[in-house]
Write a protein that binds this ligand. Structure first.
Ligand SMILES: Nc1ncnc2c1ncn2[C@@H]1O[C@H](COP(=O)(O)OP(=O)(O)OP(=O)(O)O)[C@@H](O)[C@H]1O
Ligand SMILES: [Mg+2]
Length: 253
């Protein structure tokens, strides 16, 4: 059997050529990195959980009409996605101060922000993904003004969706990061949500206790990352162990 072609291997995922033109297979690894890959570990089960969770969130986005790259889950670690031209920016939405925003602005972690704040960072590991302004983005041609407007609107819609889904299971969405890509439909370009949405790319705090249920558990050595992600999956009803159960026909009275 011919080996499939690897398109790209990143820190958390591998992209393979997909079965149809314009598709990729996205494989979720168990590798965890933080602080621009200065801290590394392999976390048993992380890839399986993130594959499931990203599927869950992307399907939810589709259901409310937010375009994204997810096509279908293939197996425990892989999903079929639409190939996009990734815009080289990380789009961050913050509802509460935490992480680099707290450091930069001297705000204690958890401070409620006056409104959701969208930040852009240049995707460049060598530079440590620096924060950039809209002026930089336009001047250097990373995206157009129209793209920026579309990215802001997409990011805020994703924020509303994710905040609601999380609040429903007792979790506060502190912040998150998405990547956005271009797809071409005839002569028109459209921006869609790509990459992943998972506890690797969100800050999630238990509403009652403030317990962290995201990658900060790894960054700050707060315990088992698998336990934290499993808890998120369990609350959302997307644990891998539920799968066979959930796909069986059920009797409705
Ligand atoms: N639908 C898509 N089409 C094309 N590329 C994608 C798509 N979704 C995600 N990607 C890209 O695939 C890669 C996923 O790998 P991973 O997240 O492990 O990368 P990474 O180590 O974070 O590095 P970087 O994101 O800086 O390239 C990323 O480069 C991401 O931008
Ligand atoms: Mg990545």
């Amino acid at each position: 059997m011919a080996r499939r072609k690897k398109i790209y291997e990143g820190k958390a995922k591998i992209l393979y050529e997909g079965p149809e033109p314009g598709t990729f297979v996205q494989y979720f690894k168990d590798d965890a990195t933080a602080f621009n890959a200065e801290k590394k570990a392999t976390i048993d089960g992380k890839g399986v959980l993130n594959n499931r969770l990203s599927e869950f969130f992307m399907k939810g986005l589709t259901q409310i009409g937010i375009p994204n790259h997810f096509l279908k889950r293939l197996n425990m670690r892989e999903q079929l996605i639409r190939q996009v031209e990734i815009i080289p920016l990380e789009v961050i939405v913050r509802n509460f101060a935490a992480g680099s925003m707290s450091t930069r602005l001297g705000l204690s972690e958890g401070t409620a922000l006056p409104r959701p704040i969208v930040e852009f960072c240049l995707k460049d590991d060598k530079l440590g993904d620096p924060l950039v302004s809209e002026e930089h983005i336009i001047a250097f041609g990373w995206a157009s003004q129209q793209d920026l407007d579309d990215m802001l609107a997409l990011a805020l819609r994703v924020n509303d969706f994710m905040s609601g889904v999380m609040l429903a299971v007792g979790i506060k969405l502190v912040d998150f990061k998405i990547e956005i890509g271009r797809v071409w439909e005839n002569d028109f370009q459209r921006l869609i949500v790509a990459d992943e949405i998972s506890p690797d790319s969100c800050r999630l705090w238990d509403v009652e206790t403030g317990q962290k249920l995201d990658k900060d558990v790894f960054r700050r050595d707060l315990g088992s990352l698998t336990d934290a992600y499993t808890e998120v999956a369990r609350r959302l009803g997307v644990l891998p162990s539920n799968v066979t159960h959930a796909t069986k026909p059920t009797l409705i009275n």
